[in-house]
Write a protein that binds this ligand. Structure first.
Ligand code: RP5
Length: 162
C-alpha cells in the first residue's frame, strides 16, 4: 500500500495531526510525519514534495496555521494529491489559515478540509488510496457502518429520555 505523508508547519500543530494519526492507525495505513515549514524551512519542504512520489507516498497531508502556505507550496512541487488542514492560530480563529490553504490558483489544487479537521483529512486520504485497495475500501465501509450504528444508538437514547 502507498504511504500517507504528514507534514506540519510546526510541532505546535501536533494536536490537529494526532486526529489524523488516530484514523490512519485505525485503518492500518502506513504513514510518516515531518515538521517542515513553507517559510522557516522552504528548501526541506520543497525537497520533500519533489521526492515524495518516488519514496512511496500516495497522498500528502499538510497542516499549517496563520499564513498557511505549506499545502500550496508542497502542491506546487508534486502531482500527488495534497490535502490541506488549516490550523487555528492565535488570531482570527483559523480563518486566516483556511483562506490561505483553500484559495489556490487554478492549476495547483489543494483539497482543503475544515479548520483543525485532521480526521477528515486522513479519511479523504484513505478514500483516495482505497481506489486501488479493496481491503482498505472494506475497512472504510465498516467504519461508516459503525458510525451509523453509534448515531442510531444515540437516537434511541434520546427518544427514550425525551
Ligand atoms: C505556522 O505557524 C505553523 O503551521 C503553526 O500553525 C504556526 C505557528 O507556529 P509556531 O510559532 O507555533 O512554531 O507556520
Amino acid at each position: 500500500m502507498k504511504k500517507v505523508a504528514i507534514v506540519m508547519g510546526s510541532d505546535s500543530d501536533l494536536p490537529v495531526i494526532e486526529k489524523a494519526v488516530k484514523v490512519l492507525r485505525e485503518l492500518e495505513i502506513p504513514f510518516e510525519a515531518h515538521v517542515y515549514s513553507a517559510h522557516r524551512t522552504p528548501v526541506q519542504a520543497r525537497d520533500f514534495a519533489l521526492n515524495a512520489r518516488e519514496k512511496g507516498f500516495g497522498v500528502i497531508l499538510a497542516a499549517a496555521g496563520m499564513a498557511a502556505h505549506l499545502a500550496g507550496a508542497i502542491a506546487a512541487n508534486t502531482t500527488l494529491p495534497v490535502i490541506g488542514i488549516p490550523c487555528k492560530g492565535p488570531a482570527l480563529d483559523g480563518m486566516d489559515a483556511l483562506l490561505s490553504t483553500v484559495q489556490m490558483p487554478s492549476g495547483i489544487p489543494v483539497a482543503t478540509v475544515g479548520i483543525g479537521n485532521g480526521a477528515n483529512a486522513a479519511l479523504l486520504a484513505a478514500q483516495i488510496l482505497a481506489l486501488s485497495d479493496d481491503a482498505l475500501a472494506d475497512r472504510l465501509t465498516l467504519r461508516r457502518r459503525k458510525e451509523s450504528e453509534a448515531v442510531l444508538a444515540k437516537d434511541a437514547g434520546i427518544v427514550e429520555r425525551l
